[in-house]
Design a protein around this ligand. Structure first.
Ligand code: GLU
Length: 323
């Protein structure tokens, strides 16, 4: 249930495993524009469930960069590392079972001809209590915990995406809680529980996550919660045509500043990529982005709000560094 205290919201939910690059910044800007232009709140969440890869200093830098662009947010930032009790409560509402399979077990079982690639083959779904006790004890001897999987009763689920349209994807006995030596909560469960908790009814995020949406929508359904509307936005690609990454040179705000670009110029480029027409400002003198015409006179994301329209957004990926 969306609690009464929550107004509908959009959100941005970075994983604090590195600095945000212009692709991430563009997605954050779109999420903010999408929320604010439709009268929603905008909330932030730090997705630090993976303790191995998360660093608080990255989160701090991410928040600073979003602030530097002029994005503002409502309420406290939610940290997933504080939410484990909520994930446990949701898990208890979902049909689930323990899974003792190693990655290799799954790969081997998945070679069977009737199993679709990438699907959990169901090895642990119907074990007897005695078999379970034996498998659990074996794992415990190795210092490992079982995973917990959803007992799915559907094989596909369909979502509506504002840009991609109807999108159907496979759902299976997805992991809700990872097992092993370092057990932890699964992204799909955490994102559903937290988006609902934060009152999020509009999810704007990168197109790379479109395929996770059917699994998440299925969890909303099973938990009896309303599914948010989805807008998966095109990714930003590097000059080689692959998803923008560190290897592509100056791609974070700090790196771009060091290369001589101002925040206003970065915003101007992002605005141009969103279809804003600024009459073609000066192309910033930064290697890798020469030839791109920036919208001039943008000093904050706030300057983009009045004219924002999803209609202008190209559904093609934006290639960074090629004019
Ligand atoms: N934390 C995820 C990421 O940084 C985003 C999850 C989401 O937006 O649902 O890729």
């Amino acid at each position: 249930m969306i609690l009464g205290v929550h107004m509908p919201a959009g959100r941005y939910a970075p994983s604090p495993s590195g600095d945000l690059h212009v692709g991430n910044l563009r997605t954050a800007l779109l999420a903010w524009l999408g929320a604010r232009s439709s009268g929603r709140k905008f909330v932030l969440r730090i997705e630090d469930i993976d303790a191995q890869r998360s660093r608080p200093q990255y989160a701090a830098q991410q928040l600073a960069d979003l602030g530097a662009l002029g994005l503002d947010w409502d309420g406290e930032v939610l940290w997933q590392s504080t939410r484990f009790a909520a994930y446990q409560a949701a898990l208890e509402k979902l049909p689930h079972y323990e899974c003792y399979c190693s990655r290799r077990d799954i790969q081997e079982a998945a070679r069977a001809p009737h199993i679709q690639p990438g699907r959990y083959p169901g090895t642990c779904r119907d074990l007897s209590p005695t078999q379970r006790a034996a498998r659990r004890a074996e794992l415990a001897d190795a210092g490992r915990l079982p995973a917990i999987r959803l007992r799915a009763t559907q094989t596909h689920w369909e979502i509506t995406d504002a840009l991609a349209g109807q999108h159907q994807g496979p759902v299976d006995d997805m992991v809700l809680r990872r097992g092993g030596k370092e057990p932890g909560w699964a992204y799909n469960l955490a994102v559903v529980v937290d988006d609902n908790y934060q009152g999020v009814d509009q999810v704007v995020r990168g197109a790379d996550l479109l395929d996770s949406a059917p699994s998440q929508a299925y969890l909303y359904y099973l938990l009896g919660l309303p599914t948010p509307s989805y807008i998966h936005v095109p990714l930003v690609l590097g000059p080689t045509g692959k998803r923008l990454a560190k290897r592509d040179g100056a791609v974070t705000l700090r790196q771009l500043h060091a290369a001589g670009m101002t925040t206003a110029q970065v915003l101007g480029l992002l605005a141009a990529s969103l279809g804003y027409d600024g009459g073609g400002g000066e192309a910033p003198a930064v290697s890798g982005v020469s030839g791109v015409s920036a919208v001039s006179g943008i000093s904050s994301a706030q300057d983009l709000l009045a004219d924002f329209s999803w209609e202008r957004l190209s559904t093609e990926p934006w290639v960074w560094g090629i004019g």
